[in-house]
Design a binder for this molecule. Structure first.
Ligand SMILES: Nc1ncnc2c1ncn2[C@@H]1O[C@H](COP(=O)(O)OP(=O)(O)OP(=O)(O)O)[C@@H](O)[C@H]1O
Ligand SMILES: [Mg+2]
Length: 270
């Protein structure tokens, strides 16, 4: 059956299963993502959310199942760098910046996956190399500006405020010019004002056409921003729907209450 244009998915997760010894971290997870949407993944601590991201981005290879990008490209046979080069970028739950590099240098690292320069170009600083360097530096500075970090371009990542480090991680991921951006608890540890700002930035990124997968505990962040919410509990998808549908889903309410109450599983304890 041929699909109409509006049905073409950017990401298709089919029957994804990942085990660690006796622990099944995720089990037969299925979902699809339409381009230009924000899809949130929620679930209690240890539910398997990060494992799902690790399978999609090639850090873990799943025991079963497939991840298709742009309908045809089977991501889970590729190495992480190749997946980034195809257009899938991510941030990590625990900040993973190069601490002793400047903000600008961190973004430049992210951009290099996009350049087509060979060793000769780099060694002999060819004209092509210099032009490309100038272009990616300009682009990196624009990205920093988008996150309100241009004044911090020359600041070492370790000297940035926590909220700025979180934003810099997203800037670095965007530097690889992704079509899909996976954010693993980007708002963890932020105060309400920082969360509001982040929400606006996530929307602005989506408005540029980038599809976003968001792992987030704070329902105040998830509900207003998500086109679709996927709920994982003990490694299984237990619900999928609009924020409103999810909020009223009895299985979801039960899963959260059963795990010690409330939607706020934790606030960035990792
Ligand atoms: N590398 C690993 N080795 C062994 N077990 C792992 C590994 N990664 C994850 N797990 C296990 O898989 C399960 C799911 O973990 P995961 O980190 O994906 O959960 P999560 O939903 O991201 O939780 P949190 O909200 O706390 O971040 C847990 O039982 C965890 O201990
Ligand atoms: Mg996690």
């Amino acid at each position: 059956m041929t699909k109409t244009l509006s049905e073409l998915t950017i990401l298709n997760v089919e029957g994804l299963t990942k085990r660690f010894g006796g622990v099944t971290a995720i089990e037969k997870i299925d979902f699809s993502v339409l381009p230009g949407k924000i899809v949130s993944i929620i679930g209690p601590n240890g539910a398997g959310k990060t494992t799902l991201f690790n399978c999609i981005t090639g850090l873990y290879s799943p025991e079963e199942g497939s991840v298709y990008f742009d309908e045809q490209i089977l991501l889970n046979k590729l190495y992480p760098f190749a997946i980034t080069a195809k257009g899938v970028a991510r941030t990590f739950q625990t900040i993973r910046l190069f601490k002793h590099m400047t903000a600008l240098e961190n973004v430049l690292v992210g951009a290099h996956v996009r350049t087509r320069l060979g060793l000769t170009d780099t060694l002999f600083s060819t004209r092509r190399f210099r032009l490309t360097e100038r272009k990616i530096t300009a682009h990196a500075l624009r990205l920093l500006d988008f996150f309100g970090l241009q004044a911090k371009a020359d600041t070492l990542a370790c000297n940035l405020a926590y909220g700025h480090q979180r934003k810099l991680e997203i800037a670095r991921a965007l530097a690889s010019a992704p079509k899909v951006l996976l954010l693993d608890e980007p708002a963890a540890g932020m105060n309400p004002k920082e969360k509001d700002e982040l929400l606006a930035l996530i929307r602005a990124i989506r408005d540029t056409g980038i599809t976003i997968l968001l792992i987030e505990h704070d329902m105040k962040v998830v509900m207003p921003v998500s086109d679709k919410v996927i709920v994982i509990d003990y490694g299984k998808k237990i619900a999928e729907g609009t924020p409103r549908e999810i909020q009223n889903n009895s299985r979801v309410i039960e899963a959260y209450l059963g795990h010690g109450g409330g939607y706020h599983g934790h606030a960035g304890s990792h």
